[in-house]
Ligand binder design. Structure first.
Ligand code: ZN
Ligand code: MN
Length: 483
């Protein structure tokens, strides 16, 4: 049982997301320690982020700016006055015994994200807070603690429960990720933990009272979010249809078994004893400053997609694929500066180049890994468009470009892939191919251009794959029509 069976049986699914996102700052939120991924454990730690008594936090301006940028990119209402609070709890990865977060005066309220269907998903709020360290439990009997992450700046974006299916949750999160990436707020790399998600879900009858809400914590991939929601909806449906009642609780998703399990129930819910942090003064933004940040906000994915469709004539699909990541979109734009064929370029990028990333065993995972430059792809596409090389030949050159850093033009010559353009050879191959193919010739004469296909193949074969199919086609038509 899953989402589909819940809707079939007349249940409404209600989903909200809480998304933690690490800000792309150079240093931590309240100290000068570096914020980087993959450093040796406990190397980016000082007395402040290790929670030593008597140390004082100093707010990182860059983090505040990035938080503000997120707020403006998501069209939130920035609070006139905001403050930090201490959220108390005990855990080994939180040496201070409290997390510095924001309670009743968050950075901003409102705002939201529009889905492809036109549905607007509201944001409740976004607040700033520090990340906790990392407790590593799978090394034998000991639990190891790495404090590199302690004090890394986060924003937490809380959505209203406006989502009605696992697919909508997926779409909302993709859109949120794109916007934050494009706005330069965060890398939003789930694999590196810079984007993490908690979801809450309940079932209710249309128009009926709100169902019992269950939270699933720490989801770290899009696939897991969808799988966890599917499983949890199925579990709630089975419980409710059996006439039993659900407990309000927090659950964890076991990705191996693909089920959710109880983590804690309402009885042991935390009382965090929030209180204003006495070491950090409240902060405000001047209107002029706000407007300045708004005015330098980079072009966001929705605007970029619209421009690709309208100004470049790309399909909705290609525009969507190209704006899935800022890196890919920027790479495309860099190539476009050397090309007058946006559609072909988009096509090559979303098909042939993308195929390099998804191949088994490929070391290339994104445009960042490509050993050639946007300029080179533009040149290759130009060669293919001009008929200097066949599409198959261009594909071979693309592969070679991944192994040898050479210009496509040079590789074309080196690999002997340049199409033979001289009329004499072309005519010779065409005449040879026409011999004994009277039926096809008669068909073409009778106006059946489809029959040309049976003739082009043999010519290309005779040319050893080095003839431009377009030129072959034209030559054949000329010979058949005026022999
Ligand atoms: Zn530190
Ligand atoms: Mn949080």
């Amino acid at each position: 049982m899953s989402f589909a069976s819940a809707t079939q049986r007349g249940w409404e699914v209600v989903i909200g997301l809480e998304t933690h996102c690490q800000l792309a700052t150079a240093t931590k939120l309240f100290c000068g320690c570096r914020h980087e991924f993959g450093a040796a454990p406990n190397t980016n730690v000082c007395a402040v982020c290790a929670g030593h008594p008597g140390t004082l936090p100093v707010l990182n301006r860059e983090a505040l700016e990035l938080g503000l940028r997120a707020a403006l990119a998501l069209e939130c209402e920035v609070a006139p006055r905001s403050k930090f609070d201490r959220k108390h709890y005990f855990y080994c990865d939180l040496p201070k015994g409290f997390q510095i977060s924001q309670y009743d005066q968050p950075l901003c309220k409102g705002g939201g994200i529009t889905l492809a269907s036109g549905k607007f998903v509201r944001l409740t709020r976004i607040h700033l807070e520090e990340d906790a360290g990392k407790a590593i439990h799978d090394r034998g009997e000991a639990t190891l603690v790495d404090l590199n992450r302690a004090g890394v700046p986060l924003i937490e974006a809380v959505s209203e429960p406006d989502l009605s299916s696992p697919q909508e949750a997926h779409e909302y999160l993709s859109a949120l990720k794109e916007i934050l990436q494009f706005a330069g707020v965060s890398e939003c790399d789930m694999e590196k933990g810079s984007l993490r998600c908690d979801v809450n879900v309940s079932l209710q009858r249309p128009g009926g009272p709100r169902g019992v809400k269950v939270e699933i914590k720490n989801l770290n991939s899009f696939a897991n979010i969808v799988a966890a929601l599917e499983h949890e909806i199925g579990r709630q449906l089975a419980t409710l249809e059996a006439g039993a009642s659900l407990a309000q609780e927090t659950r964890l998703f076991d990705a191996g078994a693909r089920v959710t399990r109880t983590m804690r129930t309402k009885e042991d819910a935390h009382d965090y004893r929030y209180l204003p942090d006495p070491d950090l003064p409240p902060f405000t933004f001047e209107r002029a400053h706000l407007e300045r940040v708004r005015s330098v906000l980079p072009e966001l994915p929705a605007a970029r997609r619209a421009r690709y469709i309208k100004a470049l004539g790309l399909s909705d699909y290609d525009a969507g694929v190209l704006t899935q990541s800022r890196a890919l979109s920027d790479w495309f734009e860099a190539a476009l500066r050397h090309s007058d064929a946006p559609k072909e370029l988009a096509n090559w990028l979303t098909n042939e180049v993308a195929a390099l990333f998804s191949e088994a065993g490929s070391a290339l995972r994104s445009v960042d890994d490509l050993p050639f430059k946007p300029f080179d792809l533009a040149e290759l596409v130009g060669l293919a468009r001009a008929g200097r090389v066949t599409r198959a030949g261009a594909r071979t050159i693309l592969r070679a470009m991944c192994e040898r850093p050479r210009a496509p033009r040079e590789l074309m010559r080196e690999l002997g892939l340049e199409t033979v353009g001289d009329e004499a050879s072309l005519e010779r191959w065409c005449r040879e191919a026409l011999v004994g193919r009277d039926k096809a010739v008669a068909d073409v004469r009778a106006g059946e251009e489809k029959a040309l296909g049976a003739l082009i193949g043999p010519v290309l074969k005779l040319a050893g794959g080095k003839a431009d199919p377009k030129a072959v086609r034209e030559m054949l038509l000329r010979l058949i029509r005026a022999p």
